[in-house]
Design a protein around this ligand. Structure first.
Ligand code: E4P
Length: 214
């Protein structure tokens, strides 16, 4: 399973990249705003840290303007994947971008039907927002299960990025289903790594090691 980091905080990206477990990064306008930095500057810096797909989101709402924006974003670096929201204009834009070879990540996916349409027009990635679906009282992971099965049924090359991850169990459920990618906020990745029993075990082993006759 590929791990993307869902953040625009470069210090966090450096930390996880140093562990050797980061395959890509996703950003969105809210994450960029939270970084407090200029969009293009932060995106460029991320491309220097991680050699993998880096999602940068287009903010236009009309197909033609989305396409123009995507062309500019794609020029920043070869690894840029343009995030396009799943709206009707977005569907048209993805079709054009796919023909031009500009990679897209269709975002704000809340149903398998939306994911299927995004795949049909040539999206490289779809991002179902699991946590936000869970917030409504529905099971977000159902969308991942259905989407993965549909893509397998028809041989779509589109990869599923499980997004809006709120806890480690989301990642594990996504991995059991066989989703291609989880985009993980750094605090969740930290929770996936540390376990109090591991720390306790290391301490105990070191204490016992001191008792071994030298
Ligand atoms: C990633 O591509 C999404 O933008 C992100 O996971 C959304 O997460 P949120 O629902 O926590 O904002």
């Amino acid at each position: 399973m590929k791990f993307f980091l869902d953040t625009a905080i470069v210090e966090d990206i450096r930390w996880a990249a140093n562990l050797g477990i980061v395959d890509g990064v996703t950003t969105n306008p809210s994450l960029i705003a939270r970084s407090g930095r200029k969009f293009e500057e932060v995106v460029k810096e991320i491309t220097e840290i991680v050699d993998g797909p880096i999602s940068a989101e287009a903010v236009s709402l009309e197909a033609e303007k989305m396409v123009e924006e995507a062309r500019k974003l794609a020029k920043i670096h070869k690894n840029i994947v343009v995030k396009i929201p799943f709206i009707e204009e977005g569907i048209k834009a993805v079709k054009v971008l796919s023909k031009e070879g500009i990679r897209t990540n269709v975002t704000l996916i809340f149903s398998a039907s939306q994911a299927l349409i995004a795949a049909k027009v040539g999206a490289n990635y779809v991002s179902p927002f699991i946590g936000r679906i869970d917030d409504t009282g529905a099971r977000g992971m159902n969308v991942v299960e259905e989407t993965v099965e549909i893509f397998e049924n028809y041989g779509y090359q589109t990869e599923v990025i499980v997004a809006s991850i709120r806890h480690p169990l989301h990642v594990i459920e996504a991995a059991v289903i066989g989703a291609h990618i989880a985009t993980i906020p750094p605090p969740i990745l930290k929770k996936m790594i540390s376990h109090p029993l591991t720390d306790k075990g290391v301490k105990m082993f070191l204490e016992d090691w001191k008792k071994v006759p030298k």
